[in-house]
Design a protein around this ligand. Structure first.
Ligand SMILES: Nc1nc2c(ncn2[C@@H]2O[C@H](COP(=O)(O)OP(=O)(O)O)[C@@H](O)[C@H]2O)c(=O)[nH]1
Ligand SMILES: [Mg+2]
Length: 325
């Protein structure tokens, strides 16, 4: 595969080249991995920056409906929108977001949009690392906004927040005491909370929930990267496509403020450090998976079990063996 040619086509915004490159980065073949890293390195200098928006929320809250509607709103503004996903369940289920792609009918037909299901890998770390690389590819391809969807389970939100400029939490209207149900951790990383389904019978409850969260955010949080008045809680209706304009306006206002005050670049630099650490840790763990390493692990484990060698000493011997290879 000719990296220079593929890279050139991506920079021109060729979607087939982009799709092919993402397939390449998702491949676990060592030669593919090598080509993929070279490709990413060759695209480093484009100087393009998309607004990377992470979007999370429990199943049924309306993420897919929101992405389709909001995506159409953004392309309607002349923007190019890419949709990616970190879905740790997709390895098992065959890709719930893949099912969504066929449902996001309008957006997937839009020439200004690009939708890609979650990479299906067995580990969340792998899914997230590859999605982060896909984000870079979309950025190099000239997308203005990259939406990264994740289901609200476990670590996936934290990982998506680590690849986003803006992390949006989508919530459903709820009764009074349900505020407790949202993990504190996610309230701390959310840059914006959108209460969806603010329509019909649910409208009043949505407005109330929104006020509750706005209050909670004010009490809970003061971060240097938030200007006065942020983080905001707002209502939207993905179904009726209402509230998109104010939501987009606030996303832009927040991003502009962070750019002007240095927080945008600082955060991206921090994220680069984080992902570098992740890659190194992953590479070290992968060294344990070679045939020789497995055999040595098994041998030492046996020796430890038989009481022939102290655990700490055996571990050190193992690590030293890896270092010699
Ligand atoms: N009333 C109302 N229903 C919605 C809205 N957004 C989504 N839904 C419905 O909620 C259900 C789950 O939506 P979906 O987008 O699949 O949620 P996801 O699991 O978070 O992706 C579907 O039946 C949608 O039609 C909304 O703004 N208002
Ligand atoms: Mg969905």
């Amino acid at each position: 595969m000719d990296i220079a040619q593929l890279s050139e086509r991506i920079v021109k915004g060729d979607r087939r080249a982009l799709a092919r490159a993402i397939t390449l980065i998702e491949s676990r073949r060592p030669d593919h991995r090598e080509t993929a890293t070279e490709l990413l390195d060759s695209l480093r200098g484009t100087g393009r920056q998309a607004m990377r928006v992470g979007l999370s929320g429990t199943p049924g809250v309306g993420k897919s409906t929101f992405i389709e509607g909001f995506g159409m709103y953004l392309t309607g503004q002349g923007l190019k929108v890419a949709v990616l996903a970190v879905d740790p369940s997709s390895a098992r289920s065959g890709g719930s977001i893949l099912g969504d792609k066929t449902r996001m009918e309008r957006l997937s037909r839009d020439p200004r949009a690009f939708i890609r299901p979650s990479p299906s890998q067995s580990q969340l770390g792998g899914v997230a690392r590859r999605t982060r690389e896909a984000v870079s590819l979309c950025e190099a391809a000239g997308f203005d906004v990259v939406l990264i969807e994740t289901v609200g389970v476990g670590q996936s939100e934290t990982m998506v927040a680590e690849m986003a400029d803006l992390f949006v939490l989508l919530l459903a209207p709820a009764g009074g005491d349900e505020l407790q149900g949202v993990k504190r951790g996610i309230m701390e990383i959310a840059d914006m909370i959108l209460i969806n389904k603010a329509d019909g019978d649910l409208k009043a409850a949505a407005v109330r929930t929104c006020a509750d969260y706005a209050g909670a955010l004010r009490l809970l949080r003061k971060r240097p990267q938030d200007p006065k008045g942020f983080p905001k809680a707002m209502t939207v209706s993905a179904l009726e496509e209402a509230g998109f304009e104010p939501a987009w306006h606030e996303m832009q206002a927040l991003t502009d403020w962070r750019r002007e005050n240095g927080f945008f670049d600082t955060r991206r630099a921090e994220q680069a450090r984080y992902w570098f650490g992740e890659e190194v840790r992953h590479a070290l763990l992968a060294q344990l998976e070679t045939g020789a390493a497995r055999a040595e692990m098994a041998r030492l484990a046996e020796a430890v079990a038989e009481g022939e060698i102290a655990i700490g000493l055996a571990a050190r011997e193992m690590v030293e063996t890896l270092g010699r290879e």
